[in-house]
Design a protein around this ligand. Structure first.
Ligand SMILES: Nc1ncnc2c1ncn2[C@@H]1O[C@H](COP(=O)(O)OP(=O)(O)OP(=O)(O)O)[C@@H](O)[C@H]1O
Ligand SMILES: [Mg+2]
Length: 376
């Protein structure tokens, strides 16, 4: 039988745990044409959740367009990704010749082309290389609006990993122009999603930036313990295995309920379980998980400065409420300047977060465990 615990993003057909309130809230925002900034640490389930919302709101009169900006490299790449997403959403019968003719009528500066390959198709935007970014963006929005007007539709545009545009060489220009067009859309709502929370939030909370106060903030938290442990037990049961309540609870607690790790750990545990999971098999699964992730953790840790490494180790050992206090500095032999600059950089990289109770801690609970293990 297939392992029921999914490691990639969960497609709407896979079994999905909870998120009922989030789906309801976000679906409402989408159809009300409200724009929202959605953020959480990495692998909490943003993309899976949004795909679910997109499926929920999609209808004859409402279209959701998903643009993945992960690894966007420049303005041209942005246009290619954006157009590709629009065409994929519009195109039900994407490979027919009549579709391409209709599609081309929507745009005036861009000529979309579709290359059919053995394993699918790719969409590309062809245009005069001298055309300014603003004109290309205008062309895409005009195309969407033409299509929507002809079908009496409204829609949602999701920009996943939106903070990536700040990494572009031309980021100021892109941010400014994009904002200008987004602001003037009557029939569209926008979701801006990202995991580098500081970078994303800064775009919307700094009054000197174009996107200032453009959207509601919507943080995504972990899935509730009770719901997630029940989900684990159920998936074991549906696949003719068992997972006792206490094992599922220990599993959740080991990774502080971090969505991606809960799935991964449950996946490993399911694999090594014949009939019924036990605390002993959970311990083996935990060790395997830590081992699997340790290459990545070594990479992250290795990229830090000496002071950042020391601070990361200290926070892994014990989260701190007052890392700038005299006591804290004295205990760890840190200088104030050292902590200030390292903490700023670690927060920016989202390696450290400030939690609800204003405690500084490592964002990734498994990375914290790995650091503690390395220290021994
Ligand atoms: N509602 C859910 N129920 C069960 N598992 C989930 C749920 N949402 C997400 N997951 C699991 O969590 C993992 C991360 O999900 P997803 O890729 O959607 O997160 P993300 O926040 O978009 O991550 P990233 O920061 O890498 O973009 C996936 O492996 C998926 O299996
Ligand atoms: Mg994602």
């Amino acid at each position: 039988m297939r392992n029921p615990f999914i490691l990639g993003y969960i497609s709407p057909e896979d079994s999905f745990c909870d998120r009922e309130k989030e789906i309801k809230d976000l679906s409402r925002h989408a159809v009300n044409c409200t724009s929202v900034v959605i953020y959480s640490p990495r692998r909490y389930g943003k993309t899976s959740l949004i795909k679910k919302v997109m499926q929920d709101v999609s209808s004859k009169r409402f279209m959701a367009i998903y643009v993945d900006l992960f690894s966007v490299t420049n303005k041209d790449d942005f246009i290619q990704k954006f157009l590709g997403a629009v065409v994929r959403s519009i195109g039900k019968d994407i490979t027919s010749a009549s579709f391409l003719t209709k599609l081309r009528k929507l745009f005036s500066r861009i000529t979309p082309s579709i290359d059919i390959k053995p394993d699918g198709f790719s969409i590309s935007a062809k245009y005069d290389t001298g055309t300014g970014f603003n004109y290309l963006l205008e062309d895409i929005f005009d195309g969407i609006n033409k299509y929507f007007n002809s079908k009496k539709m409204k829609g949602l545009i999701v920009f996943d990993e939106f903070q990536e545009i700040t990494e572009l060489k031309e980021s100021k220009h892109v941010e400014g122009v994009l904002h200008e067009y987004i602001q003037s859309q009557q029939n569209l709502s926008f979701f801006f999603i990202g995991s580098r929370r500081r970078v994303l939030q800064a775009m919307f909370s700094d009054q000197n930036r174009p996107f200032f106060k453009m959207a509601f903030n919507y943080p995504i938290d972990t899935i509730l313990r009770q719901k997630f442990t029940k989900y684990i037990q159920d998936l074991f049961q549906h696949t003719k295995k068992g997972c006792p309540v206490d094992v599922s609870e220990s599993l959740y607690d080991y990774v502080d309920g971090h969505t991606g790790y809960v799935q991964k750990l449950a996946h490993i545990l399911w694999d090594i379980t014949d009939a019924k999971a036990s605390m002993d098999s959970l311990r083996i699964a935990q060790k395997d998980l830590l081992e699997m992730e340790s290459v990545d953790f070594q990479g992250v840790f290795g990229s830090l400065s000496r002071m950042e490494k020391r601070l990361v180790m200290a926070l892994a050992e014990e989260p701190a409420d007052k890392p700038y206090s005299k006591d804290y500095l004295a205990t760890h032999k840190f200088s104030l300047g050292g902590v200030q600059s390292s903490l700023k950089s670690l927060l920016n990289k989202d390696i450290v977060e400030v939690n609800k109770n204003n405690i500084y801690r490592l964002t990734d609970p498994l990375f914290a465990r790995w650091c503690r293990r390395e220290r021994l």
